[in-house]
Design a protein around this ligand. Sequence first.
Ligand code: BTN
Length: 261
Amino acid sequence: MSFAGCAETIWQAVMALQQPSLAGFSVEILPEIDSTNSELMRRARAARTEPTLLVAQQQTAGKGRLGRAWASAPGDSLTFSLGLLLQPGSWDGLSLAVGTSVAGSLHADIGLKWPNDLWVNEHKLAGILIETTSVGTQRYAVIGIGINIAPQDAQGFATPPTCLQALLPQCGAAQALERVALPLLRDVLQFEREGFAPFASRFAARDVLQGRALQLSDGLQGVGSGVDAQGALLVQTAGGLQRVGSSEVSVRPVTYGLSPL
Ligand code: BTN
């Protein structure tokens, strides 16, 4: 399947939702751009806030979390961003809801690593980068998703990558986009109406940190104890249950070591 064919299918399915907030929705496939997130943020700052699914066949300056780069080779990856005006009661838990949506559309064996990585067997399959900007009294959200489709070069990764074709051998980037796009839009709109609560149990079912010894980049150590109603990570430490709300910290399971609590 080509991206052009899948763009049309997605557009028709989204139009069939007849959602007033999705009026003017478009699907754009670009051969190359620095970053789909950066492009939608630039457009929003220029008051172009129509709902857009922007796909790049190649990113030349893909962005990851915590100021990292997101490298992806054309054909081996799916890189796209969804941009739209959103007015949720609270933004807490949006990245967890997005991860839950994407994992749920792809495969039962995909786990979620707080706050927004998709993992399979300790290897990173996909990442999510959400950015927002004010537009008048409203906020425009850019939800960027990068999914490894075919085997990746593992050099330089803190967490070794895996790819979707290890789970779904016939699935290319366009097929993956067609699987995730419509459910993602529906789930983002549900998040806008209802917040993180409807996603909490589905997140918990895929939570790869639950019950594991964890090391956080701010020095905290403890055992993963799920997430709270706001999507904050709960860590059982020697000093009691700690709530980690900031997505500015990174967390990883400790395979060996951490003294018993
Ligand atoms: C991470 O795991 O650090 C987040 C990675 C997010 C990558 C995607 S690819 C599409 C979109 N455009 C970007 O520049 N980044 C996101």
